[in-house]
Design a protein around this ligand. Sequence first.
Ligand code: ATP
Ligand code: MG
Length: 251
Amino acid sequence: MSHDTPILAVRGATMRFGGFTALSNVTADFPVGELTAIIGPNGAGKSTLFNILSGAFPPTEGEVLFNGTNVAGKRQHHFARMGISKSFQITNVFPELSVQENVRVAVQAMTRRFDLWTPRSRYREMIDRAVELLRVVGLENHRGRLASELAHGEQRSLEIAMAMACEPKVLLLDEPTAGMSPEETVGVIDVILTLAKSCTIILVEHKMKLVMDISDQILVLHHGEFLAKGAPHEIRANDEVKRVYLGEGRK
Ligand SMILES: Nc1ncnc2c1ncn2[C@@H]1O[C@H](COP(=O)(O)OP(=O)(O)OP(=O)(O)O)[C@@H](O)[C@H]1O
Ligand SMILES: [Mg+2]
């Protein structure tokens, strides 16, 4: 594997739902350590590509390459084990558990052969790890609260901490700031930028300014097809991208 091998890539990825083609022959690289945003108007195929990249379903045609190896068709848990972790548009924390317990359960799920006979020291280690992750996402001081008591933005941060418990190499985020106030959005962006130092991030996001501010590269989809890819300044200057966004209203 050369240094140039992207950690994740799609080659000719096509997704059909019945007779409808949601994604058509898309080829794209996601380089190691970079933050890539996937953008495009409603229905462009962003979530479909997200689901293919996270292993939620295989493409109808084409390849999904992880470190250069085709993994299309492997089950979701294989993707997780390879180090591809995701956080959803829909919040999926356990509302009746404390903030710390939510993350501790996620850490435990990652720890092999944990059972009733595991020494208490291992349990302590898992809690320490949970607290460390909560510190990263800025929830350390909320760890004793019930997850259900958190504000929406804090729940998203908790969810990101849970995704991080899997020690992902690639973290996929589908609209992590959806439904958030501007203040909450700023908080979650901080979290994302912190995570970006230690892992590759693929982000689906509607908010253009946010995308332009934090991405290393941007992939633009339109009607299920690849439209453009490049650094923020290149995408901003791209006439086709401008036409798509001006033509369909700014997101
Ligand atoms: N399971 C499915 N069955 C049928 N059609 C689907 C399915 N999932 C997505 N589609 C269609 O495929 C197209 C792309 O959908 P997708 O959810 O990937 O778009 P998106 O870019 O994420 O849009 P949004 O910005 O609204 O989230 C849409 O026209 C959608 O209606
Ligand atoms: Mg979507």
